[in-house]
Design a protein around this ligand. Sequence first.
Ligand code: MLT
Length: 409
Amino acid sequence: MISINSNYQKLKANYLFPAINERVRNFVDTQPKADIIRLGIGDVTKPLPAACRSAMKAAIDEMGTVEGFHGYGPEQGYGWLRETIAYHDFQSRGCDISSDEIFISDGSKCDCSNMLDILSKNNSIAVTDPVYPVYVDSNVMAGHTGDISSEGYYEGLTYLPITADNNFIASLPKKKIDIIYLCFPNNPTGAIATKSHLEEWVNYALKHGSLILFDAAYEAFIQNPDLPHSIFEINGAQQCAIEFRSFSKTAGFTGTRCAFSVIPKDITGINHEGNKVKIWDLWMRRQSTKFNGVSYIVQRGAEAIYSAEGQKEIKQLINFYMTNAAIIYKELEKVGFNIYGGQHAPYVWVKNPVGQTSWDFFDHLLKQANVVGTPGSGFGKAGEGYLRLSAFNSRINVETAMNRITSMY
Ligand code: MLT
C-alpha cells in the first residue's frame, strides 16, 4: 500500500465553495423551479473585454503561421507582458519594481499556495480571521499546521481577528511571526488598508525579518487613487513582501486564467545552514521545474488589458460591479442591516440582523429568497453571524435579489 499525505485529512471535509454548491444543489433537487440568484462565489459574469478577445484572436492566427508560431514560452512569462505590467501597475505609481521581478501565472490561488513549496514548515504563520480559505488550507496540506481544534482553529497558525470593532483591520501580533498573509482590498470583508496601516506591517516585517504575502487580487476595485494599490508603495516593502495580482476579477479572466506575482530580488530567507538565499532564485527554480507558463494566446489577451481600449473597458466592468455593490449596500442598509465593505471591493459583508448563525442566515436566504451568499463562518470563526454577498452578477439579478431580501425584513 502507498501512504498518502495525511495532512489532507486534517482539512475540513470540503473546500468552502464546493460545500456551498452542494447545499444549493440539494435545495434545487427539492425545489427544481426555484429561480436561484448566486451572489456566493466571486465569479465574474460580464463577457471578456473586446480588446482582449481581439488580441487573443490575432494571437491564434499568428500561431497558425510558421513565423508566428510559439512553443514553450519563457517560464516567467513573456518579457513584453512583464514590462507592460511593471510600468503600468508599479513604476507609474512610484514603485521600484522591474519586469524581472514579475512572474506570470495562471492564478493567484495557485501562486499563493505554491509559494509554500519554497518556504520551510518551521515558519510561524499568521492569517486574519476571517480569511480567504486558500491561505489556511494550503498550509494545512503542506504540513505547516497541526490539527484543527474543536473551535475550528488549526494548531500552529496565529489568527488575527478582524471584526467590526477593529474596522476589519488586524492588530499587529504581539509575538514574532515569520509569514503574514494580508489581503487588501479584503476578501471576504471588503475592508481596505490605508497607507499608514500597511506601513505598520512593513515596519513590523522589517523589524522581525518576516515575509508578508500580500494578496492584491482586488486592487482594481479601489475607488480612491490615494489609497495604496500595492504593498510596494510602502518604503521597505521590497525587502519583506511578495505581492499577488490577478486578471480574474479585473478583466473577467476567471475562466481565461492569467495572474502574476511580484517577487522582489531583495527578499531573502535563511537555509538550514544559516545562509541567506534569494526567494526569487528559489521561485524561478520552482516555476521552471513545475510550470510551463501561461499560453502565448492568453498572455496576449492580458497585455491588451493595458491598451487604451482595454483600460476603458475594464473601467466600465469595474464600475458596473461596484454599482452592484452600492445597490446591495444601500438596499440592505435601508432595512436596518449592518453592512461593511462594498466601497473598494466587490464584496459586501453583511451582519445578520436577528442574530442567526452564518449557515442559518445562508439557509434562510436560500430557502426564502432563493439567493445564495457565502456564510461568513466559512471564512473563519470571527466571520460567524455574517454573510458575504458578491457584486458579480447582472444588474437585474442584483436588484431582484435585493427586492426579495428586503421584502423579508
Ligand atoms: C471568492 O469567491 O472568494 C473567490 O472567487 C475565490 C477565488 O478567487 O478563488
